[in-house]
Design a protein around this ligand. Structure first.
Ligand SMILES: NC(=O)c1ccc[n+]([C@@H]2O[C@H](COP(=O)([O-])OP(=O)(O)OC[C@H]3O[C@@H](n4cnc5c(N)ncnc54)[C@H](O)[C@@H]3O)[C@@H](O)[C@H]2O)c1
Length: 339
């Protein structure tokens, strides 16, 4: 595959515009088609970017087109599962927006169909490209914070109108953990390098009561890990606060905090002690939200990379178990799929 140009299609031109821009910037890729229910949106994207050699097609046309190697999916959440299965069936590499799917049964099916193929699959968890977390991962792995015993993360959405209006309220079983908390769960797994063994959850729907949004808008999950580490993650979609991630990582040598005051580490317990502020950006640049496509293309060029795909299956196992655990009184054991 190494010297072949990858022919690509993008499905859904909201977040998918970022996928398309990343593909246009990657010399190993050729953007051939865009797909959107709204054809005027597709035409506008092509015209605005002077893409005279990009065509407009339907999803079934691109997935059945033998020349297409890579399909990126930024369709609505409840279309990801079927489209991912279709891509696997037609041996297309896949870059899919989060969440990859909506239920554990769907994840099982994707895994079953994917495992004997050479298809590369990755998802767009944009914080993986944030300089702060790339630095912090290495810092934690070197033991600089000591032993990590607690990870707390809050996904403060700050965009409540996106669930009370628009497509999110209309799809079946929209999940705030899959829709936003997933970014924090991904950080928890990646930064600690650990996988939880069980989860229990509670939820409420107070902030969006009497709106068109039908599901819970607040989900609080507690994860236990074999090492004793405890993770607590909330997906808080109704909060009166701007969009913000709040992360607290407690180690035996230091405490990392990130909130609207900025990322910092506390190295002592002094009442007057000042934290060490960190100079790293907590988000990727706004125009780089499709940049993980380049990593997927690296994997395609190098051949099937189970370790990278394992990460996507692990993340979804944890997030979907967190949703499932809301129907259980006792903590739910998390089952993982092995690549
Ligand atoms: N990774 C992130 O940080 C991030 C951020 C925002 C959205 N997203 C994800 O991106 C996806 C789209 O959300 P959005 O905010 O871009 O929505 P959006 O409404 O802004 O855009 C979605 C576009 O996709 C089109 N579309 C949807 N399903 C389609 C299908 N099956 N076939 C053809 N066109 C289709 C719609 O017509 C629309 O133009 C969601 O899964 C969402 O979770 C991810």
């Amino acid at each position: 595959m190494s010297d072949q140009l990858l022919e690509c299609a993008v499905v859904g031109l909201g977040m998918g515009e970022q996928h398309a821009r990343a593909l246009l910037q990657d010399p190993r890729c050729q953007l051939k088609y865009v797909v959107d229910f709204d054809q005027s949106k597709a035409r506008k994207f092509i015209e605005d970017n002077h893409l005279t050699d990009v065509g407009i097609r339907s999803f079934s046309e691109v997935v059945e087109d033998k020349t297409i190697n890579l399909i990126t999916l930024a369709s609505y959440d409840d279309h990801h599962y079927e489209q991912t299965l279709q891509c696997i069936k037609h041996l297309k590499h896949i870059f899919v927006e989060k969440p990859l799917c909506q239920t554990l049964n769907q994840l099982n099916n994707i895994h079953t169909h994917w495992k004997d193929t050479q298809v590369e699959l990755s998802s767009n968890l944009v914080l993986r490209k944030a300089p702060l977390y790339i630095w912090l991962k290495d810092f934690i792995q070197r033991g600089e914070l000591g032993e990590i015993y607690s990870f707390d993360g809050d996904y403060l959405y700050g965009r409540v109108q996106k669930i009370t209006e628009g497509w999110r309220k209309d799809i079946e079983n929209y999940s705030v953990m899959q829709g936003g908390g997933i970014h924090i769960v991904d950080l928890m797994l990646w930064l600690t390098g650990q996988k939880p063994c069980s989860v229990s959850s509670t939820k409420n729907k107070i902030a969006t009561q009497n709106t068109s949004f039908r599901y819970h808008d607040f989900h609080s999950a507690v994860f236990t890990f074999p090492s004793g580490l405890i993770g607590r993650v909330t997906a808080n979609f109704g909060c009166v606060h701007r969009h913000q991630h709040v992360i607290r990582i407690f180690g035996t040598k230091g405490t990392f905090l990130y909130d609207d005051l900025g990322p910092r580490i506390y190295w002592n317990r002094d009442e007057e002690g000042k934290p060490e502020f960190l100079p790293y950006a907590p988000k990727p640049p706004a125009n780089q939200k499709g940049a993980l496509v380049h990593n997927l293309v690296d994997n395609i060029m190098q051949g099937k990379s189970s370790a990278n795909t394992q990460r996507e299956f692990d993340l979804m196992s944890v997030v979907l178990a967190a949703d499932e655990s809301m129907s259980y009184v006792k903590p739910l054991t998390i089952e993982y799929f092995t690549c």
